[in-house]
Design a protein around this ligand. Sequence first.
Ligand SMILES: [Zn+2]
Length: 155
Amino acid sequence: MSDCCSVSQPETKSTEIKCPSCDQKGKQVDLLTIRSITRRDFPHYGELTKGFLCLNPDDATVYYFSNLDFIVNQDDVVTDIGFKTNSNTKTVCYCFRHTKHDIIDDYLEHGISNIENDVRQKVKDKQCTCEVSNPKGKCCLGDIRTVIKGVEENG
Ligand SMILES: [Zn+2]
């Protein structure tokens, strides 16, 4: 895969285009990612363009577009969207399938995050497929960090 996981890569900039259902700003996502995450039997699959990911955990919208009159919601995607409130699995790392629960347990048990270190090594070894596996289309290491930070801050 490309250098999607290089640590120096700048954060994708938030965009001014707001989600049509919750009116919050989302993050820009490439067409490759959207095509990978959206179900192949989605009625508008052939019309997909690059678009935006709705980051609001309480909104069922996953992808929306600046110039299309439909959205892709949680029923239209092939993977659980881990950061959405009604997610069953709370997946954080899509390439290697680690959930929020796994990451917290691992950290509490070992005092360090073996999962984070493992993912970091696999990223180095170019085994990750973030562009097509992660609904955000980018590396999960930042999200793994956020989970660990949350545990640290809550003692
Ligand atoms: Zn939304």
